[in-house]
Design a protein around this ligand. Structure first.
Ligand code: AMP
Ligand code: TRP
Length: 344
């Protein structure tokens, strides 16, 4: 598809990423996304983070739950270190450019591209006829989220790689169709040892907010005792930990716990194994539980504090949306001109 195409160097580096406010923010979201967002902001690149409420409603959301999840996600971002002053933090529906550009991209993207998306196939399942049209068009809205800021870098977990490739294809096709170099071809940033955190109950399944078993994931709202209990009960094998990475092959549950440890402790997997190689899980699990509690408890506490003042969260999001519109306004204006829309 779009392999080998370089981001046009004319574009200033800019980071964009989004998370759906659909409840149950978990350790996978923290390590695969939130923690890395804070790191990207700290590296000094302009960073824009969005609660994608319009993506969330591609499957049914109870309105009261959606409102709560949006605010809780905002609290999660801030508690994880995203500073709403240095970064731009807002919810998607407050910036109408996302929907406007998504419509144009619906007319650029091809049905065949969308049909190949594994997330569409997974979520629509056997009953595609009854899935929402929005679920099918989801990746065009995601491309719009990114490209309406001319973002060049998109930190995400492994599961979003295919959507990012589609975003690149849409940018390339738009530029070709209209004979312009208008949209950058953004790079996915999928880095670190926790781009795919697995379920604590099954090393073959991704940790997910939709897993029926609460024991499969660590929620960012879990208290210290719950975190420790879930780690104690996590599925493992009877072997001791190896001292080298190749000793983790074919041991998905062991690999997952070591990956989580490494990501929480800002270490490589090699470094972790150099320290813990030879130990039994009966020894390693309490170490992991202590580390997880130490890293996550302050976030849980801060989220709860922030959720105590919802009007402050709403004010932060409104201000973020205002700053976002300052960027998207001129880009949308030029897009309409390129496409040939008459705008008085
Ligand atoms: P979602 O909650 O599906 O909207 O995902 C939000 C962000 O978290 C995206 O960047 C995902 O790639 C990331 N993410 C979700 N689940 C995991 C997981 N199990 N491991 C690593 N990253 C994840
Ligand atoms: N599809 C992403 C997910 O489910 C969320 C998302 C929407 C996103 N728009 C985005 C991620 C733009 C990165 C950039 O995780």
């Amino acid at each position: 598809m779009s392999e080998g195409v370089q981001t046009p160097s004319a574009f200033t580096p800019r980071v964009f990423s989004g998370i759906q406010p659909s409840g149950n923010l978990h350790l996978g979201n923290y390590l695969g996304a939130l923690k890395r967002f804070a790191d990207s902001q700290d590296s000094g690149i302009q960073s824009i983070f969005c609660m994608v409420d319009m993506h969330a409603i591609t499957v049914w959301q109870d309105p009261t739950d959606l409102r709560r999840a949006t605010r809780e996600l905002a609290a999660g971002f801030i508690a994880s270190g995203v500073d709403p002053e240095r970064s731009i933090l807002f919810n998607q529906s407050q910036v109408s450019s996302h929907a406007e550009l998504a419509w144009i991209f619906n007319c650029v993207a091809r049905m065949g591209w969308m049909k190949r998306m594994t997330q569409w196939k997974d979520k629509a399942g056997k009953n595609q006829e009854n899935a929402s049209l929005g679920l099918f068009a989801y990746p065009a809205l995601m491309a719009a989220d990114i490209l309406v800021y001319h973002a060049t870098h998109v930190p995400v977990g492994e599961d979003q790689k295919q959507h990012l490739e589609l975003t690149r294809d849409i940018a390339i096709k738009f530029n070709n169709d209209f004979g312009v170099e208008f949209f950058p071809v953004p790079e996915p940033v999928i880095e670190g040892s926790a781009t795919r955190v697995m379920s604590l109950r099954d090393g073959a399944k991704k940790m997910s907010k939709s897993d029926a078993s609460d024991a499969s994931r660590i929620n960012l709202t879990d208290d210290a005792d719950t975190i420790a209990r879930k780690i104690r009960k996590a599925k493992t094998d009877p072997e001791a930990l190896p001292s080298e990475v190749k000793g983790l092959e074919d041991r998905p549950e062991a690999r997952n716990l070591v990956n989580i440890y490494a990501a929480l402790n800002d270490q490589s997997v090699d470094q972790v194994l150099a320290d813990v190689g030879g130990r039994q899980f009966s020894e390693f699990k309490p170490m992991l539980a202590d580390l997880a509690v130490a890293q996550l408890s302050p976030i849980t506490v801060e989220m709860a504090r922030l959720m105590g003042d919802v009007s402050e969260i709403d004010r932060i999001l409104a201000r973020g949306a205002e700053r976002a519109r300052e960027i998207t306004g001129p880009i949308m204006k030029q897009t309409y001109e390129i496409v040939g829309m008459v705008r008085g």
